[in-house]
Write a protein that binds this ligand. Structure first.
Ligand SMILES: [Zn+2]
Ligand SMILES: [Zn+2]
Length: 312
């Protein structure tokens, strides 16, 4: 029997602040999508891993962050186009909604300001600063951080994560997105389940299985006019696989993917199915921290029963 993990990259405007033309609908949907997800997860009693951009937990800032080693201009949007848009730069109210939910969500980090860890220009000093600042703010909120989700899934500086005592991170999905994912599953007969591993830094790598909004635009509209939402079908397929064998079905999304009511309907369909299958079977829903504890605990237990080898 496997398990299901749901992780969220919670970022409001920060997911887009470095882009020349931030997608207005996604930026505007950050708050509505966040609240919709808190409510849906509460309704279906699904604990999730919320990886939150640290800056959102501030009440205010000077828009400069002079002591942060980011490249010049990194925070420019805070001083220009988004100067009057505090609702997308800050979100302590939304973070409180997650922490105060009746469901026991995992609080996790999505960096301080969405710096891309895989880029050559992101040096070690910047990676350390992004981690340290997030952990400091988390500590101010009495939160510890076990899991890290890399901005835009760009894995890098894993040694820094290990040094900061992070336990787990999410790596890219072995299956491809959108219509190619359907090809992988039907033609190549790939599984949507992933297996967590422990990397050379002692971190638990929990790959993604499925990005829940990787099938959008006109292809989605056409598909939905003929069939049900194909993403709901894929998610059900992954959930069913987790009820049949070992492994993790790891779904992820950004709250700002919920730009429209039809996106809320998609999430409701997936979460209600997950809650139903959990009630009918031994399927469990885990957070990334649960997985990390399980995987590292199992290894420790294994080591305990191994006979002691005396070196000569
Ligand atoms: Zn700021
Ligand atoms: Zn992000």
């Amino acid at each position: 029997m496997g398990s299901v993990v749901l992780s969220l990259d919670a970022e409001l405007g920060w997911g887009f602040h470095d882009l020349p033309n931030p997608p207005a609908k996604r930026v505007a949907a950050g708050r509505r999508g966040w609240s919709a997800m808190v409510d849906l997860l509460e309704e279906y009693r699904i604990p999730a891993t919320w990886a939150i951009v640290g800056h959102l937990m501030l009440e205010s800032c000077d828009g400069r962050h002079a002591d942060h080693p980011a490249p010049d201009g990194w925070f420019e949007r805070e001083r220009t186009d988004w100067q009057d848009r505090e609702e997308i730069r800050f979100g302590p109210d939304l973070v409180r909604d997650v922490l105060e939910s009746d469901v026991d969500h995992e609080f996790a980090s999505h960096s301080f300001s969405h710096v891309l860890f895989g880029r050559p220009e992101t040096d070690r000093e910047l990676a350390v600063a992004e981690l340290e600042r997030s952990l400091e703010i988390a500590a101010d909120w009495n939160q510890s951080v076990d899991s890290f989700i890399y901005p835009r899934n760009e894995v890098g500086h894993r040694d820094v994560l290990a040094e900061q005592e992070i336990q787990a991170y999410r790596s890219r999905s072995p299956t491809r997105y959108g219509i190619r994912c359907i090809f992988d599953l039907t033609v190549l007969n790939k599984s949507l389940l992933v297996t967590p591993t422990i990397d050379e830094y002692g971190l638990v790598d929990i790959p993604a299985s499925l990005f829940l909004f990787g099938f959008e635009g006109s292809a989605r509209t056409v598909a939905e006019s003929v069939w049900d939402d194909p993403m709901v079908a894929l998610a059900r397929y992954g959930i069913d696989q987790a009820t049949e064998r070992d492994g993790i079905f790891h779904m992820w999304l950004h709250p700002n993917n919920l730009t429209h009511e039809r996106d809320d309907r998609r999430m409701r369909a997936i979460l209600s199915y997950l809650a139903r299958r959990r009630a009918e079977t031994d399927l469990t829903v885990e957070t990334m921290a649960d997985v990390a504890n399980r995987v590292t605990g199992a290894i420790t237990a294994e080591a305990d029963v191994r006979p002691t080898v005396t070196r000569s």
